[in-house]
Write a protein that binds this ligand. Structure first.
Ligand SMILES: Cc1cc2nc3c(=O)[nH]c(=O)nc-3n(C[C@H](O)[C@H](O)[C@H](O)COP(=O)(O)O)c2cc1C
Length: 147
C-alpha cells in the first residue's frame, strides 16, 4: 500500500446496523442520499444532490473497477464490489456496494446503491488487489510518507 498524503489516512467506520443508500439518474448524477450517507461522507444533502457520484471517488480506486461497474449496470445486471470512498474531509471509508437499476413500468429510470461495512481482512485484500490493478494499468499509485 502506498500513500503520499497523511490527510488521506483517517478512516471513518461504517456502522454495522445501517445501510448507506444513494440513487443516481442514468448519467450518475446523485438524486438521493440517505442520512447515513451524509453522516459517513461528511457532506450535506445540498452538497450532494445534483453532483456526479464521483464526488466521493477515492484516488486509490482503479478506473477499471468503475468501468466494470458501468458496463454491468448498463447491461441491466446487478454489480457488487468493494469500494474505498473519499469523505469531504479527505478521510476515507470502505464499503461493500451493490448497485442496480430502478425500474418503473419496466423502464429503467435510475440506479440505486446500497452499501454495508467490510471486515478489516476484506479491506486489506481489496487495497492490495486495487494497488496491483492500478500498477498493471499504469495508473498513478501513491507513496506513504511518515514524519
Ligand atoms: C448508483 C451509483 C452509485 C455509485 N456509487 C459510487 C460510490 O459510492 N463511489 C464511487 O467512487 N463511485 C460510485 N459510483 C460510480 C461513479 O458514477 C463514477 O463512475 C466513479 O466514481 C468513477 O468516477 P469517474 O467515472 O469520473 O472516473 C456510483 C455509480 C452509480 C450509478
Amino acid at each position: 500500500m502506498e500513500y503520499n498524503n497523511a490527510e488521506f489516512l483517517f478512516e471513518t467506520e461504517v456502522p454495522q446496523d445501517q445501510l448507506i443508500v444513494s440513487r443516481t439518474d442514468l448519467k450518475g448524477i446523485i438524486t438521493y442520499a440517505n442520512d447515513t450517507f451524509l453522516e459517513i461522507s461528511g457532506y450535506t444533502k445540498e452538497e450532494l444532490i445534483g453532483k456526479q457520484h464521483n464526488v466521493v471517488r477515492h484516488p486509490d480506486m482503479p478506473s477499471a473497477i468503475f468501468q466494470n461497474l458501468w458496463d454491468t449496470i448498463r447491461e441491466g445486471k446487478q454489480w457488487s464490489g468493494n469500494v474505498k470512498n473519499l469523505r469531504k474531509d479527505k478521510g476515507f471509508y470502505w464499503v461493500h456496494a451493490t448497485i442496480s437499476g430502478v425500474y418503473k413500468d419496466d423502464v429503467l429510470v435510475e440506479y440505486k446503491s446500497i452499501r454495508v461495512p467490510l471486515s478489516l481482512e476484506e479491506k486489506l485484500k481489496s487495497q492490495k488487489e486495487y494497488d496491483q490493478l492500478k500498477k498493471n494499468n499504469n495508473e498513478k499509485t501513491r507513496h506513504i510518507i511518515y514524519k
